[in-house]
Design a protein around this ligand. Structure first.
Ligand SMILES: [Zn+2]
Length: 150
């Protein structure tokens, strides 16, 4: 009894709440994706079985093939996202999820809700984008100078 009690935290910290919230967020997304990917796979298989392959003219075959390609590409994208969700959940388990890659601060929950795989907090991301823009501007200025000289 005393053993069991000791494992329960005295007070639930904000970090625990955040952990639970992020976990729920990721798991909800994972469930939706898993449902779509698996449901779609079943659908594709059923279509293949019901489709009369013999006797279909070539144009029809080409159309359905292209349709299959698009479906497959979408499915691949979703499976890829599903992988990312699994990775994020693993990072969360190890306490590495939801922290900014650059400054180590917690990434705001609203941002994670919109972009579950964001690796930087908003200030760092803004700074980074500004750096990229500045670099691009400098590059263009350099190129313009070079052209003017030539
Ligand atoms: Zn940051």
């Amino acid at each position: 009894m005393a053993q069991a009690l000791r494992r329960i935290p005295v007070a639930r910290s904000q970090a625990d709440d955040r952990y639970e919230e992020l976990k729920r967020l990721l798991e909800a997304r994972r469930d939706v994706l898993a449902h779509e990917v698996h449901g779609r796979l079943r659908g594709v298989r059923a279509e293949h079985e019901s489709r009369p392959h013999a006797g279909a003219d070539f144009g029809e075959v080409a159309d359905t093939d292209m349709q299959d390609d698009i479906e497959f590409a979408l499915l691949e994208m979703k499976a890829e996202t599903l992988n990312k969700v699994h990775e994020a959940l693993t990072r969360l388990e190890h306490g590495r999820y939801g922290h900014c890659h650059d400054c180590g601060d917690e990434i705001a929950e609203a941002r994670l809700r919109a972009l579950p795989f964001a690796v930087r907090c908003t200030p760092c991301e803004t700074m980074r984008e500004r750096d990229v823009l500045r670099a691009q501007a400098e590059f263009r200025r350099g190129a313009a100078l070079f052209e003017a000289r030539g």
